[in-house]
Design a protein around this ligand. Sequence first.
Ligand code: T46
Length: 142
Amino acid sequence: MTKYSLDACKVMPIKRITDERGDIGVVEAGRDIPFVVRRLYYSYNTPNDVVRGGHAHKNLHQFLFAIAGGFDLTLDDGTNRRTFRLDRPDEGIYICPMVWRDLSNFLPNTVCLVMASEYYDENDYIRNYDEFLKSCRVKDAV
Ligand code: T46
């Protein structure tokens, strides 16, 4: 079983092409991020006092960034926890499988864009934190 940890989750710059008309941000799957993209989704109209996420994924790889606005992203691999502020369209974060995530403190008009390695599959979610911790211990024991 692959051991995933917070160390694998990296903040990465997004390529930025600038001229007098403004900026273009470019993310190329398999080149700039370490997986093929099968799905793209985004959250918006998120109230400031809401926490999204509250789960981990068994197999899903994701690259996530604030295309507008900003929010806090807390990642937890069952041993370590770290909070990142994502508030610029030229910087994203790669999240590997088996990492719990919470998204909070959304600025007004935030759009959180996510590039995902798989189609939507509810069976890939671990939505219970105790169950997540148990899965981490099994992973560590292998
Ligand atoms: C993640 C964070 C960052 C779908 O039907 N298809 C989809 O592709 C997605 C993403 C969601 N849904 C349904 C499932 C739920 O009934 O939309 C509803 C809301 O999803 P969820 O509560 O999982 O939303 P978030 O914002 O808590 O989590 C989402 C992603 O699900 C998750 O993979 O890492 O954004």
